[in-house]
Design a protein around this ligand. Structure first.
Ligand SMILES: C[S@@+](CC[C@H](N)C(=O)[O-])C[C@H]1O[C@@H](n2cnc3c(N)ncnc32)[C@H](O)[C@@H]1O
Length: 230
Protein backbone atom coordinates (compact mmCIF):
# COMPACT_ATOMS: atom_id res chain seq x y z
CA UNK A 1 0.00 0.00 0.00
CA UNK A 2 1.21 3.56 -0.58
CA UNK A 3 1.64 6.07 2.21
CA UNK A 4 -1.63 7.85 1.47
CA UNK A 5 -3.59 4.57 1.64
CA UNK A 6 -1.71 3.59 4.83
CA UNK A 7 -2.47 6.92 6.39
CA UNK A 8 -6.21 6.72 5.78
CA UNK A 9 -6.40 3.03 6.75
CA UNK A 10 -4.48 3.47 10.00
CA UNK A 11 -5.92 6.87 10.89
CA UNK A 12 -9.35 5.22 10.70
CA UNK A 13 -8.25 2.27 12.85
CA UNK A 14 -5.98 4.06 15.33
CA UNK A 15 -8.47 4.14 18.19
CA UNK A 16 -8.98 0.36 18.28
CA UNK A 17 -5.51 -0.70 17.10
CA UNK A 18 -3.94 -1.63 20.43
CA UNK A 19 -6.98 -3.54 21.62
CA UNK A 20 -7.20 -5.61 18.45
CA UNK A 21 -3.48 -6.11 18.52
CA UNK A 22 -3.71 -7.67 21.96
CA UNK A 23 -6.51 -9.86 20.70
CA UNK A 24 -4.52 -10.96 17.65
CA UNK A 25 -1.61 -12.01 19.79
CA UNK A 26 -3.71 -13.24 22.72
CA UNK A 27 -1.80 -10.76 24.83
CA UNK A 28 1.63 -12.13 23.92
CA UNK A 29 2.71 -9.17 21.80
CA UNK A 30 4.05 -7.20 24.77
CA UNK A 31 6.70 -9.91 25.23
CA UNK A 32 7.66 -9.89 21.54
CA UNK A 33 8.01 -6.13 21.58
CA UNK A 34 10.19 -6.24 24.69
CA UNK A 35 12.42 -8.76 22.92
CA UNK A 36 12.82 -6.29 20.03
CA UNK A 37 13.51 -3.38 22.40
CA UNK A 38 16.16 -5.34 24.30
CA UNK A 39 17.89 -6.21 21.02
CA UNK A 40 17.71 -2.61 19.78
CA UNK A 41 18.92 -0.81 22.90
CA UNK A 42 22.47 -2.04 23.22
CA UNK A 43 23.57 0.80 25.52
CA UNK A 44 21.96 3.64 27.48
CA UNK A 45 21.36 6.61 25.20
CA UNK A 46 21.33 4.44 22.04
CA UNK A 47 19.65 6.33 19.19
CA UNK A 48 16.72 4.24 17.97
CA UNK A 49 14.39 4.83 15.04
CA UNK A 50 11.10 2.98 15.37
CA UNK A 51 10.11 2.83 11.69
CA UNK A 52 6.43 2.17 10.82
CA UNK A 53 6.01 2.91 14.53
CA UNK A 54 2.21 2.93 14.63
CA UNK A 55 1.12 3.45 18.21
CA UNK A 56 4.78 3.29 19.25
CA UNK A 57 4.65 0.19 21.41
CA UNK A 58 8.19 -0.87 20.44
CA UNK A 59 9.67 2.64 20.43
CA UNK A 60 8.23 3.51 23.83
CA UNK A 61 9.64 0.25 25.21
CA UNK A 62 13.06 1.31 23.86
CA UNK A 63 12.71 4.71 25.54
CA UNK A 64 11.88 2.96 28.82
CA UNK A 65 15.19 1.07 28.40
CA UNK A 66 17.00 4.40 28.14
CA UNK A 67 17.16 4.96 24.37
CA UNK A 68 16.77 8.27 22.55
CA UNK A 69 13.81 7.39 20.36
CA UNK A 70 12.37 8.73 17.12
CA UNK A 71 9.05 7.31 15.94
CA UNK A 72 8.26 7.57 12.21
CA UNK A 73 4.93 6.71 10.60
CA UNK A 74 2.57 7.95 7.89
CA UNK A 75 -0.44 8.09 10.23
CA UNK A 76 -0.75 11.11 12.54
CA UNK A 77 -3.49 9.39 14.54
CA UNK A 78 -1.37 6.33 15.23
CA UNK A 79 1.44 8.63 16.38
CA UNK A 80 -1.00 10.52 18.60
CA UNK A 81 -1.64 7.23 20.39
CA UNK A 82 2.12 6.78 20.68
CA UNK A 83 2.42 10.15 22.44
CA UNK A 84 -0.19 8.99 24.92
CA UNK A 85 1.72 5.74 25.53
CA UNK A 86 4.97 7.63 26.07
CA UNK A 87 3.30 9.95 28.56
CA UNK A 88 1.78 6.98 30.42
CA UNK A 89 5.22 5.36 30.70
CA UNK A 90 6.88 8.65 31.70
CA UNK A 91 9.26 8.84 28.72
CA UNK A 92 9.85 11.29 25.90
CA UNK A 93 9.99 10.36 22.24
CA UNK A 94 10.36 12.38 19.06
CA UNK A 95 7.78 11.83 16.30
CA UNK A 96 7.89 12.31 12.55
CA UNK A 97 4.94 11.94 10.19
CA UNK A 98 6.47 10.79 6.94
CA UNK A 99 6.27 8.36 4.03
CA UNK A 100 8.96 5.81 4.78
CA UNK A 101 8.81 4.42 1.26
CA UNK A 102 10.03 7.75 -0.17
CA UNK A 103 13.36 7.74 -2.03
CA UNK A 104 14.69 10.47 0.25
CA UNK A 105 13.86 10.27 3.95
CA UNK A 106 13.77 13.33 6.21
CA UNK A 107 16.30 11.66 8.52
CA UNK A 108 20.07 12.00 8.75
CA UNK A 109 22.04 9.09 7.19
CA UNK A 110 24.15 7.24 9.75
CA UNK A 111 22.37 8.82 12.70
CA UNK A 112 20.83 5.78 14.43
CA UNK A 113 22.32 2.90 16.39
CA UNK A 114 19.26 0.79 15.72
CA UNK A 115 16.17 0.78 13.54
CA UNK A 116 13.19 -1.27 14.69
CA UNK A 117 10.60 -2.41 12.18
CA UNK A 118 7.69 -4.29 13.70
CA UNK A 119 4.77 -5.48 11.61
CA UNK A 120 5.61 -3.07 8.79
CA UNK A 121 7.37 -5.11 6.12
CA UNK A 122 4.20 -6.67 4.81
CA UNK A 123 2.84 -3.24 3.87
CA UNK A 124 5.70 -2.61 1.47
CA UNK A 125 5.33 -2.98 -2.28
CA UNK A 126 9.10 -2.84 -2.76
CA UNK A 127 10.47 -3.98 0.58
CA UNK A 128 14.11 -4.46 -0.46
CA UNK A 129 14.55 -0.80 -1.48
CA UNK A 130 12.90 0.48 1.71
CA UNK A 131 15.01 -1.85 3.85
CA UNK A 132 18.16 -0.69 2.10
CA UNK A 133 17.31 2.99 2.65
CA UNK A 134 16.54 2.30 6.32
CA UNK A 135 19.96 0.62 6.54
CA UNK A 136 21.61 3.83 5.32
CA UNK A 137 20.27 5.58 8.44
CA UNK A 138 22.34 3.29 10.64
CA UNK A 139 25.66 4.37 12.13
CA UNK A 140 28.59 1.94 11.66
CA UNK A 141 27.89 -1.16 13.76
CA UNK A 142 24.17 -0.33 13.86
CA UNK A 143 21.44 -2.94 13.62
CA UNK A 144 17.97 -3.47 12.25
CA UNK A 145 15.56 -5.45 14.42
CA UNK A 146 12.54 -6.86 12.62
CA UNK A 147 9.34 -8.39 13.97
CA UNK A 148 6.82 -9.75 11.48
CA UNK A 149 4.04 -12.27 10.98
CA UNK A 150 5.16 -15.22 8.91
CA UNK A 151 3.63 -18.40 7.53
CA UNK A 152 4.32 -21.03 10.16
CA UNK A 153 6.02 -24.32 9.42
CA UNK A 154 4.28 -27.61 10.29
CA UNK A 155 3.26 -28.97 13.74
CA UNK A 156 -0.04 -29.66 15.55
CA UNK A 157 0.04 -26.63 17.83
CA UNK A 158 0.99 -24.51 14.89
CA UNK A 159 -1.95 -25.93 12.95
CA UNK A 160 -4.32 -24.83 15.72
CA UNK A 161 -2.65 -21.42 15.94
CA UNK A 162 -2.95 -21.06 12.16
CA UNK A 163 -6.63 -21.89 12.32
CA UNK A 164 -7.07 -19.13 14.87
CA UNK A 165 -4.95 -16.67 12.97
CA UNK A 166 -6.05 -17.28 9.39
CA UNK A 167 -9.70 -18.27 9.87
CA UNK A 168 -11.16 -17.06 13.14
CA UNK A 169 -9.19 -13.97 13.86
CA UNK A 170 -10.08 -11.86 10.81
CA UNK A 171 -13.75 -12.38 11.64
CA UNK A 172 -13.38 -11.61 15.32
CA UNK A 173 -11.10 -8.66 14.73
CA UNK A 174 -13.22 -7.08 12.03
CA UNK A 175 -16.32 -7.44 14.17
CA UNK A 176 -14.54 -5.96 17.16
CA UNK A 177 -13.00 -3.13 15.23
CA UNK A 178 -16.00 -2.68 12.96
CA UNK A 179 -13.73 -2.59 9.93
CA UNK A 180 -12.91 -5.66 7.89
CA UNK A 181 -10.25 -4.37 5.51
CA UNK A 182 -7.34 -4.01 7.91
CA UNK A 183 -7.59 -7.51 9.28
CA UNK A 184 -8.39 -9.12 5.96
CA UNK A 185 -5.22 -7.48 4.76
CA UNK A 186 -3.34 -8.82 7.76
CA UNK A 187 -3.96 -12.35 6.58
CA UNK A 188 -3.38 -11.88 2.87
CA UNK A 189 -0.24 -9.90 3.59
CA UNK A 190 1.25 -12.78 5.56
CA UNK A 191 1.26 -14.64 2.25
CA UNK A 192 3.33 -11.82 0.83
CA UNK A 193 5.99 -12.24 3.51
CA UNK A 194 5.92 -16.04 3.41
CA UNK A 195 7.91 -18.25 5.78
CA UNK A 196 10.67 -17.04 8.05
CA UNK A 197 13.27 -18.23 5.51
CA UNK A 198 11.61 -16.01 2.86
CA UNK A 199 11.82 -13.06 5.25
CA UNK A 200 15.50 -13.81 5.84
CA UNK A 201 16.08 -14.10 2.13
CA UNK A 202 14.48 -10.67 1.64
CA UNK A 203 16.74 -9.14 4.29
CA UNK A 204 19.82 -10.71 2.74
CA UNK A 205 18.79 -9.44 -0.71
CA UNK A 206 18.47 -5.95 0.84
CA UNK A 207 22.10 -6.10 2.00
CA UNK A 208 21.82 -7.41 5.56
CA UNK A 209 23.30 -10.32 7.40
CA UNK A 210 20.95 -11.97 9.90
CA UNK A 211 22.74 -12.53 13.20
CA UNK A 212 19.91 -13.67 15.45
CA UNK A 213 16.52 -15.17 14.78
CA UNK A 214 13.64 -16.50 16.81
CA UNK A 215 10.02 -17.28 16.43
CA UNK A 216 7.17 -16.43 18.75
CA UNK A 217 3.48 -17.18 18.96
CA UNK A 218 3.66 -20.84 17.83
CA UNK A 219 5.79 -19.91 14.85
CA UNK A 220 3.45 -17.21 13.57
CA UNK A 221 5.80 -14.34 14.36
CA UNK A 222 9.50 -14.00 13.57
CA UNK A 223 12.05 -11.76 15.26
CA UNK A 224 15.32 -11.09 13.41
CA UNK A 225 18.40 -9.06 14.29
CA UNK A 226 20.23 -7.89 11.17
CA UNK A 227 23.37 -5.92 10.35
CA UNK A 228 24.11 -4.22 7.05
CA UNK A 229 26.86 -6.16 5.27
CA UNK A 230 29.99 -4.15 4.63
C1 LIG B 1 0.54 -2.85 11.44
S1 LIG B 1 1.10 -1.25 11.86
C2 LIG B 1 2.49 -1.62 12.89
C3 LIG B 1 2.70 -0.58 13.95
C4 LIG B 1 3.72 -0.89 15.02
N1 LIG B 1 5.07 -0.97 14.48
C5 LIG B 1 3.39 -2.13 15.81
O1 LIG B 1 4.26 -2.96 15.99
O2 LIG B 1 2.25 -2.25 16.27
C6 LIG B 1 1.84 -0.66 10.38
C7 LIG B 1 2.16 0.83 10.42
O3 LIG B 1 2.88 1.17 9.23
C8 LIG B 1 2.49 2.46 8.85
N2 LIG B 1 2.80 2.64 7.42
C9 LIG B 1 2.35 1.89 6.38
N3 LIG B 1 2.87 2.35 5.22
C10 LIG B 1 3.67 3.41 5.55
C11 LIG B 1 4.49 4.30 4.80
N4 LIG B 1 4.59 4.22 3.46
N5 LIG B 1 5.20 5.25 5.46
C12 LIG B 1 5.11 5.34 6.81
N6 LIG B 1 4.35 4.54 7.58
C13 LIG B 1 3.62 3.59 6.95
C14 LIG B 1 1.01 2.52 9.16
O4 LIG B 1 0.53 3.86 9.28
C15 LIG B 1 0.93 1.72 10.46
O5 LIG B 1 0.98 2.57 11.60
Amino acid sequence: VDAEAARSLFDANAAGYDRVNTLISVGLDARWRRWVARRAVTRPGARVLDAFAGTGLVGVECAVLGAEVTLADASPRMLARASAHAAERGVEVCEIVTDLTAEVLPLEPGSFDAVTLSFGIRYLDEPAGVLRRLGSLLAPGGRLVVLEFVRPTAGPVTAAASLYFFRLLPRIASRLAGRAELYGYLVTSVDRVGHVRDLEHLLVSAGYGVTERRTFGFGLVAGLVCHPRA
